[in-house]
Design a protein around this ligand. Structure first.
Ligand SMILES: O=C(O)CCC(=O)C(=O)O
Length: 393
């Protein structure tokens, strides 16, 4: 016991001495010199790393989705009880009703049948596709090329205030207001108001391509809208008078590959607020819509144009034509491009409801947009037409 106690005491003494010795040694000028060199090298390496990273970010055209939404994504994937989007194998792929518009020129029964097909698809699907639509393939290819060029620009340039001389806020990416992973859209978009095309963009290659495309697409949209009105028993020039170029806009969409498994939205589920939307897309696919209560995937056809009914047409037709919820699912490997043309009425034109008894109260586009913005801001989502039902508070 005694021996062991003595040896313990010697040990403790030795340890204390060793500690003291090292403490003294580690504070010699030589050691301070080493520390400073080490700290300087570390700072230099860190700043070089950050510079290289920010340089590569500056040159990269991709928005920094992962860097900015990292917490949201990691928390969301950790918490999610089931995948954000059902597995592709669960979602059925379908071909939208295809309507050959060349039949309209034939007149007689064929024209009548074609008009009925358009109305039937708008009642039952809210979506259809058209071929022989009058937009030459070269024009579709040109708009796609412009789109690729625009999105290939460095990200820092795209978020710049003066990007392409467009109105502020024309370039958008992700979902700045997202508070959870379900509200995140893995895409970037360029909103081009046709007013910009005749204003600050005049004379640029983008403006002439967009102008040519928009003119043809608006003519097509007006033709389809008149047919849909006629099928409800209204022969009117309402659409020509209220959906003019300056009230319409074009949205170029790019969906970068999304490496996050098991998949995120390229564009969150939504309905369009306009009268009609005309969409041209590449061959990648990703557009999905609700049919009979289930999500189905649309088989892409780059030669055809996809037409869908917006909220305003649903209200105008007293609920007969359907504004259907749709979304885009991001692809894990391929990037996807699409161009949507939104046919909107002038902002203070009040729409009448064509049908008895009217389901909705009359309202203007401006009033509708304001309500949508307010709901998105306050509730995180669009409430839409339900707010304008007769008797809604
Ligand atoms: O890219 C698509 O297929 C759909 C685009 C869309 O829904 C939109 O831009 O609102």
């Amino acid at each position: 016991m005694h021996k062991r106690g003595k040896s313990n005491a010697i040990c403790t003494l030795h340890t204390n001495h060793t500690k003291k010795y090292y403490r003294t040694c580690l504070h010699t000028p030589f050691h301070w010199f080493i520390y400073i060199i080490f700290a300087k090298t570390f700072c230099f390496a860190l700043s070089t790393f950050l510079q290289v990273k920010s340089l590569s970010m500056m040159n990269s055209s991709d928005p920094p989705f992962y860097e900015i939404y990292k917490t949201l994504i990691e928390e969301g994937l950790g918490k999610a009880q089931k995948p954000i989007i059902d597995k592709p194998s669960i979602i059925q792929e379908c071909e939208l009703p295809m309507i050959d518009l060349s039949k309209l020129r034939l007149g007689g029964v064929e024209r009548e049948e074609c008009m009925e097909d358009i109305a039937k698809a708008s009642r039952e699907w809210g979506f259809f596709q058209v071929m022989n639509h009058g937009i030459p393939m070269e024009v579709l290819e040109e708009i796609r090329l412009e789109e690729v060029n625009v999105f290939q620009r460095p990200f820092v340039e795209k978020i710049g205030e003066k990007f392409l001389n467009l109105s502020p806020g024309s370039y958008r990416w992700g979902t700045p207001s997202a508070t959870c992973i379900h509200q995140l859209s893995w895409s970037e978009a360029l909103h081009i108001s046709l007013e910009d095309i005749s204003g600050s963009l005049t004379g640029t290659p983008l403006s002439s391509t967009v102008e040519q495309y928009s003119e043809l697409v608006l003519k097509l949209a007006q033709k389809l809208a008149e047919i849909l009105a006629e099928k409800l028993g209204y022969k009117s020039t309402f659409f020509q008078e209220t959906c003019v170029p300056s009230s319409c806009y074009l949205r170029m969409n790019r969906y970068p590959p999304c490496p996050i498994s098991p998949g995120l939205f390229g564009l969150m589920p939504h309905t369009d607020s306009d009268f009609l939307t005309i969409l041209s897309q590449d061959e990648v696919g990703g557009l999905q819509l609700v049919k009979d209560g289930k999500w189905i995937a649309v088989k892409p056809n780059p030669q055809a144009l996809v037409i869908n009914i917006g909220d305003f047409f649903q209200a105008w037709s007293n609920g007969i034509y359907k504004s259907v919820e749709h979304r885009v699912v991001a692809n894990e490997h391929a990037e996807r491009f699409s161009t949507a043309f939104f046919v909107c009425p002038i902002k203070d034109a009040v729409i009448q409801i064509c049908g008895e008894p009217p389901k909705y109260r009359p309202f203007s586009y401006q009033e509708y947009r304001r309500q949508v913005h307010k709901d998105v801001k306050n509730l995180g989502q669009k409430v839409g037409l339900a707010r304008f039902l007769v008797g809604a508070t």
